[in-house]
Design a protein around this ligand. Structure first.
Ligand SMILES: NC(=O)c1ccc[n+]([C@@H]2O[C@H](COP(=O)([O-])OP(=O)(O)OC[C@H]3O[C@@H](n4cnc5c(N)ncnc54)[C@H](OP(=O)(O)O)[C@@H]3O)[C@@H](O)[C@H]2O)c1
Length: 252
């Protein structure tokens, strides 16, 4: 039995195109592959900082840096030439890197790390929304989803730690709720949500996988299949929420 079954995304209004932002990432790449295989969308755009890479045949690469608004505006203008956008998946994000390491205590807080996490995990996806929400159709189901994280839930936080990442994902969830309210005025069937993929075997989680039981560490392909299944089942009643890979609503 293949591990990944594939998702048709038949609930999304067609004809339309799909956009994956962060297509070089573990989860973004798997989402892109699944969309390319599904053949539901007229075109699947792969947005990343490395458009020169090799992409699946059915994908159109475009270079963007989510912290460079001019690059997002140019990408949106290119995508707009191909008609309405039925699906935008923002799979960018950062947990660790130069100047950024999940804090175990408030003693480790730094302005640099907080600023970096908020820029990449909250401001960047919001700027993507600024330029791509106008491309969603006014009628029929269309989805804008950003990969958030369960640790961004304030109500679910019993462990503490990871201050900058947690807070930046909480900010992302608030921005998504705000965007959803505004989007509903013009596109009442559209859905704007955050998604929690589970713990997925990618560059981002690699340094933190030691304590994760093997059956709770998902392959990117399995995570992508589950997330697309959730996206397919979402309705306008779900807009503004955050949903886990199994479809369960995560408390704000
Ligand atoms: N993996 C997990 O267990 C897990 C759990 C919960 C939530 N998440 C969330 O899932 C999302 C995807 O993470 P992942 O696990 O797939 O990590 P990943 O493999 O490290 O992918 C991160 C992606 O973000 C892109 N990115 C970062 N900054 C960018 C910028 N300024 N402009 C454009 N692209 C940028 C990276 O591009 P480059 O290739 O150019 O660096 C890469 O494509 C993140 O939001 C993460 O917080 C992951």
């Amino acid at each position: 039995m293949p591990e990944v079954a594939g998702v048709a995304l038949s609930s999304i209004a067609q004809p339309s195109t799909a956009v994956v932002v962060g297509a070089t990432g573990g989860i973004g790449g798997a989402l892109l592959n699944a969309l390319a295989e599904a053949r539901t969308f007229r075109t699947v755009f792969a947005l990343s900082r490395h458009p020169e890479r090799t992409w699946p045949a059915a994908c159109t690469p475009i270079g963007v840096d989510i912290l460079n608004e001019a690059s997002l505006a140019a990408a949106a203008a290119t995508v707009a030439e191909h008609g309405p956008v039925g699906l935008v998946l923002v799979a960018t994000g950062q947990l660790h890197g130069p100047g950024l390491s999940p804090e175990k205590t408030y003693r480790a807080l730094s302005l640099e790390a907080l600023s970096r996490a908020f820029a990449v995990n909250a401001a960047g996806p919001a700027l993507v929304a600024k330029h791509f929400l106008p491309l969603l159709p006014r009628q029929g189901k269309a989805v804008f989803a950003a990969i958030s994280a369960r640790v961004g839930s304030i109500g679910d936080n019993r462990l503490g730690g990871w201050h900058a990442y947690r807070a930046s994902k909480a900010a992302l969830n608030m921005l998504l709720r705000n965007l959803a309210i505004e989007l509903a005025v013009k596109a009442p069937e559209a859905v704007c949500v955050g998604l929690h993929p589970g713990t997925v075997d990618t560059r981002l989680s690699q340094p933190f996988q030691a304590g994760v039981p093997r059956d709770r560490l998902f392959t990117p392909a399995l995570a992508a299949e589950r997330l697309l299944g959730v996206v397919d089942r979402l309705t306008a009643a779900d807009t503004g929420g955050c949903f886990a890979w199994d479809g369960a609503r995560i408390p704000p």
